[in-house]
Ligand binder design. Sequence first.
Ligand SMILES: [Zn+2]
Length: 240
Amino acid sequence: MTELVFRDNSYVRSCTARVIAADARGIRLDRTVFYPTGGGQPGDTGVLLLASGETVAIADTVKGEGADEVIHVPAPGAALPDPGAEVTAEIDWERRHRLMRMHTCLHLLCASVPGAVTGGQVSDGRGRLDFNVPGASLDREAIAARLNALIASGHAVMPRWIGDDELAARPELVRTMSVKPPSGAGRVRLIEIAGPDGAIDLQPCGGTHVRNTAEIGPVEIGKIESKGRQNRRIMLKLFA
Ligand SMILES: [Zn+2]
């Protein structure tokens, strides 16, 4: 089990850690700032800095089989550190911050469009959500205006944990049918985007987010595609 530093604070760019294991699959650490692919968000890239001054480039991060297990996938040809070695794990922060901005933006998109979310994906500078809505009922300009107004209003984004029982009693909290939130030990992590009259968006999520919606900056809606009779895909792009 790995201590997930990003879960409590997504702004931590590096941490010291000890190597638990390193093999052909990848490197496991006792703690990490690297987010593993999941919930529609790609895994982090970055480097492990060794005491010798050498660096191990990390090309991807994925989940292992165990709970909270994180596998740091080295770039092809990278030398593996020895188990027990102390390293500094450092993510590519510029990329991660863009992923955090887009991920948080998808929560706001979720709140801007009525209808169930059937899937979604964050990538570097771009993102998309699929909504189960009938017909050609989505107005691109109106959604873009609503979304950018929510971003510019500077709403706080906060994680909090609730009990499994409370979540089971409030099924409406789970907006995304395809994403299973992190749970265990009887609790589930929620992300709340606070508004003046209660939450703008509140749903289980294990990803990394910015602290305030203003940090997302202006976004553009690329296009709205039909993916089946009831399914509409909305594509987003960060302006910068
Ligand atoms: Zn999220």
